[in-house]
Unconditional design. Structure first.
Lengths: 242, 242
């Protein structure tokens, strides 16, 4: 699905932004890049900023006319950080992700990005079914071109991942946590030693017990951490009995 | 609220990335930048890439030690594109936005970003309450540093915008967590008492220190819990000196 989304950069001024766009796309799994009348391209700067996404650049197609770049596309979206009064519906990147999900029959999909200084022209925006507006600081909305591509590609990837119900990528092999029984044992040990140092000889005894119980539960203590705490408590007892 | 989120770049190699980070932050309304041992800074390249976000750069504070950079912070998050087996909870940027919303009492908040090539070190990750994992293409996860900041800042801005619309939904009753500085103080107190009971007279001293550091970070200790632990440690010292 991400293969069916074409990023179209129109009249890009800085070749570094083209390279950074290639990297931004690849890191989110997008691969189709179209360049309409780039000011300087190919360029060593583009290649350098692409890092290891040079394949996206070498497969990029350069067009002289934006109509050719989007000729086969069935859903066309224009990116903007400004809201303009235009007939195309204005959506957030997150809403766009939903729209793309609903338009799997309308592929390929093109997302257009205008020149760095002034964005898409009115003529270009009139080609679009939707206008995607990235929320920014109203006092400083100067989002870098490749960063805009990054944010849109990120939302596309999230939508895609949810669609595919990808297996959890974030399985971590946490060290095993102690059992509730071990936790009770640890808490009892703390209380015993607190008694021996005289710390519980106070009206606040119940409050201290509650705080310790809450703290030890919340800490999600592992086996090895339990051994450290137990060892410390034993060392206190040994020191006190000497 | 966005003012209370501090972006901490540790050991950044390329000054261009520092400038691009400043721009990425400002465009989403973030302003607090901390730099820990940047390789080359200040730098004309950083200033150029910052575009009109030079104010973020001129207000950025440079530290030699990450502990100083996060001393006053009460919620600490590490950014990573890899999943590692660590005790801190792994969350997506979107989940992080929710967590930040729920932690309005635990400000300032620090989000740490490691060096370009290898990310945060294990020692740095051990300072974190959460690890935020940006979903990427498993075959190419080389997300640019400033792009990572851009994505996280974007999610923070969205959460902030939503909060502005729905103030009644974010009633927070959490007790305030201790600052990193208080946590370091607590850890030092533990180590001092462990020294006095003879518990640290072992080859495993470094391992014990690491476990305690990890445990205390993970536990998200509150002010009142801190007082209980400090009181207990003082009572041990008093008992030993009798």
């Amino acid at each position: 699905m991400l293969d069916q989304i074409k990023i179209v950069l129109s009249h890009t001024t800085h070749p570094g932004n083209i390279g950074a766009t290639a990297r931004a796309m690849k890191v989110m799994g997008l691969s189709k890049l179209a360049l309409v009348n780039p000011a300087r391209y190919p360029s060593a700067e583009a290649t350098e900023r692409a890092s290891k996404a040079a394949d996206i650049l070498s497969n990029a197609v350069v067009y002289e006319d934006i109509h050719q770049a989007i000729a086969e596309c069935r859903l066309i979206v224009g990116a903007s950080v400004r809201t303009r009064s235009l007939p195309s519906r204005l959506v957030t990147p997150r809403e766009l992700a939903t729209i793309v999900e609903e338009n799997l029959d309308n592929i390929p999909i093109a997302i257009l990005f205008g020149t760095e200084n002034s964005g898409l022209t009115n003529d270009e925006l009139h080609l679009c079914h939707y206008q995607v507006y990235i929320p920014t600081n109203p006092d400083y909305s100067s989002l870098n071109l490749a960063s805009a591509v990054q944010l849109i590609s990120y939302e596309m990837r999230l939508a895609f991942s949810e669609m595919q119900q990808l297996p959890e990528q974030r399985v971590i092999t946490n060290e095993q946590r102690i059992s509730r029984e071990q936790l009770e044992g640890l808490l009892a040990h703390f209380e015993k030693v607190m008694g021996e140092t005289g710390y519980l000889n106070t009206d606040h005894r119940k409050q201290i017990d509650n705080r310790m119980s809450r703290l030890l539960s919340k800490a999600q203590i592992t086996e090895s951490e339990n051994r450290v705490l137990r060892g410390f408590l034993s060392s206190i007892e040994n020191s006190l009995s000497r």
